[in-house]
Write a protein that binds this ligand. Structure first.
Ligand SMILES: NC(=O)c1ccc[n+]([C@@H]2O[C@H](COP(=O)([O-])OP(=O)(O)OC[C@H]3O[C@@H](n4cnc5c(N)ncnc54)[C@H](O)[C@@H]3O)[C@@H](O)[C@H]2O)c1
Ligand SMILES: *[C@@H]1O[C@H](CO)[C@@H](O)[C@H](O)[C@H]1NC(C)=O
Ligand SMILES: *[C@@H]1O[C@H](CO)[C@@H](O)[C@H](O)[C@H]1NC(C)=O
Length: 259
């Protein structure tokens, strides 16, 4: 693919949950490729580190907003600050997320916050950005999960929420396709980030330090940059024909039969 079309000069990209992991890697990659980025997360110190990295690779300061993405006011501030600094929005990456174990016995009250984070927040942000995306023929990337496509035993609420995100991606894509806006999903498998630190996974990683590589059929322990590459491609003009699509970055986990 022509590298020129995967550059982001003059484009403005919002990445939620970009203080670490996949979001941070994507924000840095967008900046390296010419984009102006708005980063967002809950921890100021970690956001500052990412902001410094972005400035060092691109020579440009990102917009940096601290807040909780499940809080409506914080979402409004993120969009406002981005528009105030850069005057436009071309790409929204709905990436912020957490992953806690749950199952059929888990208190039903614990589902709502998971839906707030993975469904309500991304939909509300998509709505808020849509006027700009329509104007600029922009696009949205939803960071879902292979757990939104197939059953991750032990993660019931997460799976319900990511499945909702997946359906939202397709239906939004269908609504705005004719208007020139694209909406796609990236579905990571196990990628080595802070999210893999819940108690169940800690146990598995303690038993096998090479757990992620062994889990993935291709034997590779996926890194945040592996997912960031997919995000950058999908949100670039090189992907103009791609919308409503599911894009696994999982070393083959969901495609292969297990033998
Ligand atoms: N790492 C994996 O194996 C994996 C697999 C499938 C899907 N994902 C998805 O990728 C996305 C990024 O996760 P990651 O692996 O980089 O983990 P991470 O923990 O490094 O990053 C998640 C980011 O989201 C932010 N965040 C979480 N809740 C938030 C809130 N309420 N308000 C604002 N920010 C919030 C965190 O602060 C952090 O910056 C998530 O949506 C996750 O579900 C990750
Ligand atoms: C965002 O901007 C709008 C329009 O300028 C303004 O009415 C609103 O109060 C702002 N919200 C926040 C949270 O700053
Ligand atoms: C980790 O697992 C992969 C895939 O099974 C293997 O290729 C690699 O050699 C392993 N690494 C270590 C340190 O055991």
């Amino acid at each position: 693919m022509c590298s020129k079309t995967t550059r982001f000069d003059g484009k403005v990209i919002i990445v939620t949950g970009s203080s670490s992991g996949i979001g941070a890697a994507a924000a840095i990659m967008f900046a390296e490729r010419g984009g102006s980025v708005a980063i967002h997360g809950r921890r100021q110190d970690k956001l500052d580190e990412v902001a410094a990295k972005i400035e060092s690779v691109s020579g440009r300061k990102p917009v940096s907003v601290t807040g909780d993405i499940t809080c409506e006011k914080d979402r409004e501030t993120l969009v406002n600050e981005t528009l105030k600094a850069f005057g436009r929005i071309d790409v929204l990456v709905n990436n912020a997320g957490t992953c806690e174990p749950s199952g059929w016995q888990t208190d039903i009250k614990l589902l709502q916050p998971v839906l707030d984070l993975h469904v309500i927040a991304p939909l509300d942000l998509s709505q808020r950005c849509m006027p700009e995306l329509l104007k600029n023929k922009g696009n949205i990337v939803m960071i879902s999960s292979i757990g939104g496509l197939m059953a991750p035993r032990g993660y019931l609420h997460y799976s319900i929420a990511k499945g909702g995100m997946q359906t939202m991606m397709r239906t939004l894509a269908a609504e705005v396709a004719k208007l020139g806006v694209r909406v796609n999903a990236v579905n990571p498998g196990y990628i080595e980030t802070d999210i893999l630190r819940d108690e169940e996974l800690k146990k598995r990683i303690a038993a096998n330090p090479n757990f992620t590589a062994t889990f993935n059929p291709n034997g590779i322990a996926g890194k945040p940059d592996d997912v960031a590459e997919a995000i950058c491609f999908l949100s670039s003009d090189a992907a103009r024909m791609i919308t409503g699509s599911t894009n696994t970055v999982d070393g083959g986990k969901t495609a292969f039969l297990q033998f």
